[in-house]
Ligand binder design. Structure first.
Ligand code: ARG
Length: 467
């Protein structure tokens, strides 16, 4: 295949070098974005009189034919073509003849790839946010449904205080709303056009770059050509949003893996979303959640990988930048499929409410802080109350008695600070209902959080519709 840059070379490229330097095997994924960018470029060339209107029309029609080839999976993708840009231009030239050679006027593959990849980024942000929103909606729905379900809340993975399952689920939903904002704001910063920057210094032609930007839906035009062709910071932002999202999914997975164990027994996984063992007939495994957790390593790696590629690159374009695609493609695919699969997994879970409530209710000392607060309400300093209740806890463990089952007599014996009527006033249900202040685990607050979540989801959808 003749190289677009072959003029100054006397020897053909070594086959090993050709295979080593090609990007077409992966950047063919940018085909449709390349067409989109080229169509806008053609219009800008016509406006700046570098193409006649009829040439512009012929090129545009030719590009639409190449688009058809791409959609039919028929665009030739030989590695000798090097990259998707050359593949498109070559196919175009075969269709429209030598006129195809005018498409690259005032353009370099450096500003072209920067543009194609930003168009891809917009698509990737849309995909991730749409999938994320669906998971948030599922979690919000379940959270409302489980607003009254009691369970033990944990710190250090030790039972700490009673909470509602609804509160636990809403926590993850709220975390994910921030993740969606991260994606959207990554796009806000990426929403500027590189095309028109040429190879590195700009072009000799008076392009109406604002027109190109408008045609491609970019909000503004990048103001410095060196910056435009050489930075990849917006993908670092995107990969970082991916990393944080996947971290949240991974933590949620860990909770669900624990809950699915016989030791916890809090959830039952749907058959369609769990897997078995080839050896142990009884097994039903949480592979979905484990893989989401496992893939997090790769997602972090992609962020670190791109940062490392960028570190130490002199301005402006360097071929190292070609490596950026692996990280971004992989993270987009992985995060989106994790969000979608988790949505199905979580949406099909059966919560073992009885077991969760029992774990909260039968625990001997889960209400220790509530008991301390009984004393606090009578004016006892919290530190003193803590000490006194510590003794009560010790007594309960020794006697294998629940704290809420102690009689007034037993409590008085342990400390005369306890007011009469303390006995029998405490329960896990009472405890969660007390947590009414903003942010607490009470069912009323879960309802309030649900309203917040609905508002956030609709805000995200609105922003999404504008990108
Ligand atoms: N495949 C290249 C990339 O992804 C396209 C730009 C090539 N530019 C060049 N000067 N060789 O970065």
């Amino acid at each position: 295949m003749k190289k677009t840059w072959g003029g100054r070379f006397k020897k053909p490229t070594d086959p090993q070098v050709e295979a080593f330097t090609e990007s077409i095997s992966f950047d063919h994924r940018l085909g449709l974005f390349d067409i989109e960018g080229s169509l806008a470029h053609v219009q800008t060339l016509v406006k700046s009189k570098l193409l006649t209107a009829s040439e512009g029309r012929k090129l545009a029609l030719g590009l639409l034919k190449v688009k058809k080839l791409i959609l039919a999976g028929k665009l030739p993708l030989y590695s000798s073509l090097e990259d998707i840009h050359t593949a498109v231009e070559t196919a175009l030239t075969q269709i429209v003849g030598p006129l195809g050679g005018k498409l690259h006027t005032g353009r370099s593959r450096n500003d072209q790839i920067a543009t194609d990849f930003r168009l891809f980024l917009r698509h990737a942000v849309r995909e991730s946010v749409q999938s994320g929103n669906q998971l948030i909606e599922t979690l919000a729905k379940l959270s409302l449904q489980e607003k009254d379900t009691l369970m033990p809340g944990y710190t250090h993975l030790q039972r700490a205080m009673p909470i509602t399952l609804g509160h636990h689920l809403a926590a993850y939903a709220l975390m994910l709303t921030r993740d969606m904002e991260r994606f959207l704001s990554a796009w806000d910063r990426a929403n500027a056009l590189p095309l028109g920057s040429g190879a590195l210094a700009g072009t000799n032609h008076a392009f109406d770059r604002a027109l190109t930007a408008k045609l491609l839906g970019f909000k503004s035009v990048l103001q410095n050509s060196l910056d435009a062709v050489s930075d990849r910071d917006v993908y670092v932002d995107f990969l970082s949003a991916c990393a944080v999202t996947q971290m949240h999914l991974s933590r949620m997975s860990e909770d669900l893996i624990l809950w699915a164990s016989t030791e916890f027994g809090f959830i039952e996984m749907d058959d369609a979303f769990s897997t078995g063992s080839s050896l142990m007939p009884q097994k039903k495994n949480p592979d979905v959640a484990e893989l989401v957790r496992g893939k997090t390593g790769r997602i972090y790696g992609n962020l670190m990988g791109l940062l490392t590629v960028l570190k130490g690159l002199p301005l402006s374009y360097n071929r190292d930048l070609q490596e950026d695609k692996h990280f971004v493609f992989d993270s987009t695919d992985t995060v989106t499929s994790s969000l979608k699969t988790m949505n199905g997994f979580v949406g099909s879970l059966k919560f073992n409410r009885e077991k969760m409530t029992r774990a909260a209710d039968r625990d001997l000392t889960l209400l220790a802080t509530d008991l301390a607060d009984v004393l606090v309400k009578t004016g006892v300093p919290f530190r003193v109350a803590h000490e006194v209740v510590g003794r009560v806890v010790f007594y309960c463990i020794e006697k294998s008695k629940r704290l809420q089952d102690l009689s007034d007599f037993e409590l008085k014996k342990l400390s005369d600070l306890f007011p009469r009527g303390t006995a029998g006033s405490l329960s896990a249900h009472f405890s969660v209902n007390q947590k009414k202040a903003v942010g607490g685990t009470s069912p009323q607050n879960v309802v309030k959080q649900n309203r917040v979540l609905k508002l956030e989801v609709s805000k995200i959808k609105k922003r999404l519709s504008k990108i």
